[in-house]
Design a protein around this ligand. Structure first.
Ligand SMILES: Nc1ncnc2c1ncn2[C@@H]1O[C@H](COP(=O)(O)OP(=O)(O)O)[C@@H](O)[C@H]1O
Ligand SMILES: [Mg+2]
Length: 383
């Protein structure tokens, strides 16, 4: 390992593992998601008023929400837009007023930037920059005023401001409402703004029921789903070959089978296979060997947290499904639970809303996420 990384720069191939099996880490090669990115690009170009400028992304853990936000930020930056990442904790508007906006203004407001240069504050680190900025603008200037000023400056360059907000389900509702009000005014005034937020399905659903966030309901809802087999295979192949590795077509197919279109597993399976192959070509055997780890990690990092705050009745529904090796008949599940079809249907609907199960037609449902069956069976076996 050290022998490889210690090679001189410009050495032909660095064989460091190119996969990134972690949450919030952008992949080397992005699989799929072109449609969403294209739509957002168009929305930015179309000018104020385009409905696709406000996007609300929901999806399970590991489905690629944070990665998508990063991509949308990049799309905005490429156009010269500024990006404000709203914090997941604390008061969103307060954060804008006290830190984010003063810093951006200090940097981009020409008139004031001159003053900053004269006072010599510009070369200092971020900490002192924000202190000077704070003195200059003072917290009393409202977020609206600061935003208006910043957007005036940006309008001079034909660019705008993108707000992003991750883990939306965890943000304080009042705080989101206050920010939504602010954002709504900017949209009404046809300012060059955009918003991309992401969160877990149920949390986002609940948040939108809150009165103050009505406006967000009009945002474009994007349910991030699994990637197609082709998208998975293309991304795997490119990730491996661009890093100087070799993978057989059969191995790619096997990897796609164990990945089930799930972005986090794409990275994890790729990572493990690459590591096991140890600089030799990746084979079907390497691909197959990733399976136990994929199942275990999904259980621990995705299913366990998702099931933690699941009402018992819904959990029982999921457990009853685990007796089947494939899609379950809703009638059979109701019978196993000793419930009427109508009653069982309530839980079925909730689980669909949570994106934990999906209807597969003909009165059948299946797990929406890979290895959930394994996880539930493991739990049942240890009880
Ligand atoms: N479109 C994609 N193509 C390839 N890998 C992806 C893609 N989206 C996400 N990933 C990978 O999946 C993992 C989880 O992504 P992340 O954005 O953190 O998920 P979430 O925020 O939904 O929990 C990361 O390792 C990331 O690199
Ligand atoms: Mg995330």
């Amino acid at each position: 390992m050290t022998g490889i990384t210690a090679r001189r720069e410009g050495a032909p191939l660095s064989r460091a593992n190119p996969f990134r099996p972690g949450f919030g880490v952008s992949p080397r090669v992005l699989a799929g998601r072109d449609e969403l990115l294209e739509e957002f690009d168009t929305a930015l170009d179309e000018g104020p008023g385009s409905p696709l400028r406000s996007v609300l992304v929901s999806g399970a853990r590991g489905m690629g929400k944070t990665v998508i936000l990063n991509e949308l930020e990049e799309a905005a930056r490429v156009r010269g837009w500024l990006v404000v990442r709203l914090p997941e904790t604390g008061d969103l508007v307060e954060e804008l007023v006290s830190t984010a906006l003063p810093m951006l203004l200090a940097e981009h407001d020409g008139e004031r930037a001159v003053r900053r240069r004269l006072t010599g504050a510009g070369i200092a680190g971020v900490g002192s920059l924000s202190t000077t900025a704070r003195e200059r603008y003072e917290v009393r200037e409202t977020a609206a005023t600061l935003l208006a000023r910043l957007l005036d400056v940006l309008a001079g360059h034909d660019t705008g401001l993108l707000f992003t907000l991750d883990e939306l389900q965890a943000v304080d509702r009042e705080s989101v409402a206050a920010f939504a009000a602010l954002y709504q005014h900017l949209v009404r005034d046809e300012r060059d703004v955009a918003l991309a937020a992401a969160g877990l399905p149920v949390g986002v659903g609940k948040l939108l029921q809150h009165r103050g966030t009505t406006f967000l309901r009009r945002a474009e809802r994007v349910q991030l789903g699994p990637l197609s087999t082709t998208e998975v295979i293309d991304a795997l192949r490119r990730t491996v070959t661009e890093a100087g590795g070799v993978v057989s077509e059969d191995a790619l197919l096997t990897l796609a089978e164990v990945i089930h279109g799930y972005p986090y597993l794409l990275q994890l399976a790729g990572y493990r296979a690459w590591r096991d192959a140890d600089r030799e070509p990746i084979t079907v055997a390497h691909a197959r060997a990733t399976l136990p780890v994929l199942s275990e990690r999904m259980g621990r990092l995705v299913h366990e947290p998702a099931l933690r705050d699941l009402p018992q009745a819904q959990r029982s529904y999921l457990e009853a499904m685990s007796l089947d090796d494939g899609p379950s008949s809703t009638g059979a599940v109701a019978a196993r639970l000793g419930l009427t079809a109508q009653h069982a249907n309530v839980f079925r609907t909730r689980l669909i809303e949570r994106e934990l199960i999906t209807p597969t037609g003909h009165g059948r449902v299946d797990y929406a996420l890979p290895y959930l069956r394994d996880h539930l069976r493991r739990l049942a076996a240890t009880e």
